[in-house]
Design a binder for this molecule. Structure first.
Ligand SMILES: [Zn+2]
Length: 708
């Protein structure tokens, strides 16, 4: 008789953030205890009980009398036997709630269990509104070939809530695991795809010739080989082998695998050993062309992170169908066009990956590579170094972030895998914005500086609220990452999609309605900014990452925009008229980002840490502040004010002291003439000091016009 011991496995939903971790933008969450309780003993066919417990530790701020909602989420492969997986009601502070279900695994492997709570309804969209939003979204997609090719479509949730909390855990189910769509075998510890017509021989991957970074860049720029037409080789003894390497994305759309290394091995008729011939790299269509004179060849497809290759991204701690954590081989796929008698096109069926986990890895890698190529093109004198990426398709326990681990002193990127919750934000490997946002943080570490106090959870439209975060620095740090991802693709959106490909965060950087920071927390639903704006900023814009993001975008973009009105009411703030300015685009922004030293005497502070410093750097690098640049900053609440001599947005005694020191004691000059010219006569002199004294101490008139 065997004694079975049940261990109560409880996962408590408390996240600890070290000072190094920067996350992607979060939905706001409530102060809440959450836990998933299950007995930890999972077997195929055997029923198991799962309870999701949640207890709010605060009152819920509400705008409507709509009930809150909660749900327990079970992975596909787990069958719901009994119990209601959802709850709805009004959350009360200090009260504990439970959702219990019984589930049965239908096959073995790792499965995610999750629970989510949505509180304080923001809006219920009518079917008509949803249809309109989705149509509008699809129209935008139509204009962007890359997105169209990806098959992106508008899909929005019907309800949005102001607060979201979730928790998830992975359980290991004993029993048979279904066969992957790729048949693998392991020979001498090396994983190979099985094939009927050859016996693979492991090759020394450390011996491969390095692929030069220059090559990758060149390929990206040339965009050559648009069509592949194998033609009979000139060489009498040679054959062309062509094909396209592609993957099926999570929408079922086929995407090319760009910059994938294709290795050609050959052997003679009587030889038993495969010999590496040479590598090619797939082009933008995933296409490759190789030539060989040997009658038997084998092709191997590798992601560009193979050993010995100067890689731009190194993805590891993978799972399932990927190569169990070996950072050097996250995918190797071998095909054998055997008994070669002439030019051969490798059929699609052999070069198309349908396994979503492998395809996700390639999608992730392609996004990193796109960011790499962009940063390299901007910063021509040096390429970004290798970045480490942690991604595991079933690891929902990590949070997408930058700096959660380091290798060799370099911070790496964590990308969250599957999170079953419909409102959760997992499967980030498919989100180009999310991946490139984290890569934007890496680029800041590579080419500029990350300031202290830039870590932890944050939201787009309001200052951060965690202890020890330094608001203005975090706003610049995150604003830069948001801007970078938009600049790489030249598309002014910020999106995060959930596991069901529904948009859970969608922000338009170009036409915010209303603009941050003119919007109160309870008017912002992470999806559409539809509530008319306040006339005065609610938050101090230098502390708001959205203000920094949209300002950088407006400096960068080519189109002119005005403020938005509904009738007579100011609805969105934008005064962006730099279409004809030579400094628009990425070069000037990069020059300030990379090359401005705000504190020359301090060796630990050689780059911009917040947006005050960015504006100072803009002037220091010789770009004009007054004019369109100041218009853009002012319209996003990043004020540059007449009479604000010490440039801190406030006009107080220190400005009088600063201006006096400048005029009489050779003190430092104000940021611009406007900052010192309180009288608006075009020169800085004693009357400006007198004007400020009258304004600050004697209720005299304010400097006019107030903004520079
Ligand atoms: Zn971030």
């Amino acid at each position: 008789m065997s004694v079975r011991i049940f261990i109560e496995a409880v996962i408590i939903g408390i996240f600890c953030f070290s000072s190094a971790i920067a996350t992607k933008p979060q939905k706001r969450s409530l102060n809440m205890e959450t836990a998933i309780v299950q007995d930890g003993n999972w077997e195929v066919g055997k029923e198991n009980t799962v309870t999701f417990k949640f207890k709010p530790l605060q009152d819920v701020p509400r705008k409507t009398k709509h009930p809150d909602e909660a749900q327990i989420y079970i992975d596909s492969g787990l069958v719901l036997v009994s119990g209601l997986p959802s709850w709805s009601g009004f959350l009360e502070k200090g009260k504990e709630y439970n959702i219990t279900v019984v589930v049965r695994p239908s096959y073995g492997g790792k499965f995610v269990l999750g629970g989510g709570v949505d509180a304080s309804l923001a809006k219920i969209y009518t079917d008509e509104e949803l249809r309109k939003m989705e149509e509008e979204y699809d129209k935008k997609i139509e204009q962007i070939p890359e997105f169209k090719k990806m098959g992106m479509r508008g899909k929005f949730p019907k309800k949005t809530f102001f607060y979201h909390n979730d928790i998830s855990t992975v359980v290991d189910v004993r029993g048979e695991i279904p066969a992957p769509d790729t048949a693998w075998q392991i020979i001498d510890g090396v994983k190979w795809r099985s094939g009927p017509s050859y016996s693979p021989v492991p090759v020394d991957i450390d011996g491969l010739a390095p692929l030069k970074v220059d090559t990758l860049k060149k390929i990206e720029q040339e965009k050559s080989k648009e069509t592949i037409k194998p033609e009979r080789s000139e060489r009498s003894d040679g054959f062309f082998i062509t094909g396209r390497f592609r993957y099926v994305n999570n929408l079922g759309i086929i995407e090319p695998v760009k910059n994938c290394q294709v290795l050609l091995y050959h052997r003679g008729i009587f030889d038993t050993t495969w010999v590496l011939d040479y590598p090619d790299v797939t082009d933008d269509t995933g296409g490759f062309i190789l030539i060989t004179g040997f009658p038997k060849v084998k092709l191997e497809f590798r992601s560009f992170n193979g050993a010995g290759i100067k890689a731009v991204g190194l993805i590891f701690k993978t799972d399932g169908h990927l190569d169990g954590g070996d950072p050097r081989n996250f995918h190797v796929w071998t095909v054998t066009p055997d008994s070669l008698t002439g030019d051969t096109q490798v059929p699609d069926v052999l070069t198309t990956i349908t396994n979503p986990d492998i395809a996700g890895a390639f999608r992730l890698a392609n996004n990193i590579l796109t960011g790499y190529n962009y940063a390299y093109a901007v910063n021509v004198d040096s390429a970004p170094s290798l970045v480490h990426v942690y991604w595991d398709p079933v690891d929902a326990s990590v949070i997408t972030s930058y700096g959660g681990f380091t290798i060799g002193g370099k911070a790496g990127i964590i990308i969250q895998g599957r999170l079953v919750a419909p409102l959760g934000s997992g499967r980030d490997e498919w989100d180009r914005e999310v991946v490139l946002h984290e890569y934007g943080h890496f680029i800041m570490d590579e080419f500029a500086e990350r300031a202290d106090g830039t870590f932890g959870p944050h939201v787009y439209h309001a200052p951060p609220s965690q202890p020890n975060q330094i608001d203005g620095r975090l706003a610049y740090f995150e604003g830069w990452a948001h801007f970078f991802q938009a600049a790489v693709w030249g598309v002014p959106t910020l999106e995060d999609r959930n596991n069901n490909n529904v948009l859970i965060i969608k922000i338009d950087l170009e036409r915010p309605e209303p603009d941050v920071p003119y919007i109160d927390s309870l008017d912002f639903d992470d999806k559409e900014q539809l509530v008319p704006s306040e006339t005065q900023p609610v938050y101090f814009a230098y502390d708001v990452e959205g203000s920094v993001t949209e300002t950088l975008w407006d400096i960068f973009d080519l189109s002119n925009d005005d403020n938005y009105f509904i009738g007579p009411n100011l609805y969105g703030h934008n005064n962006d008229h730099n279409q004809n300015d030579s400094w628009r685009g990425i070069t000037a922004i990069w020059n300030v980002f990379r090359n401005y030293d705000p504190a020359p005497a301090d060796p630990g502070h050689n780059n911009v840490w917040d947006f005050f410093e960015f504006i100072r750097g803009w002037g220091a690098r010789g770009y004009p502040i007054i004019g369109h640049f100041a218009d853009i900053c002012n319209s996003h609440g990043l004020y540059i004010k007449r009479g604000d001599a010490n440039f801190d947005t406030k006009i107080l005694l220190p400005d009088i002291v600063y201006l006096t020191a400048y005029i009489f004691n050779n003190g430092p000059a104000p940021l611009t003439v406007c900052n010192g010219d309180a009288t608006n006569d075009g020169i800085i002199n004693l009357p400006d000091v007198i004007h400020l004294v009258n304004y600050v101490f004697k209720a005299g008139p304010a400097p006019n016009p107030p903004l520079c």
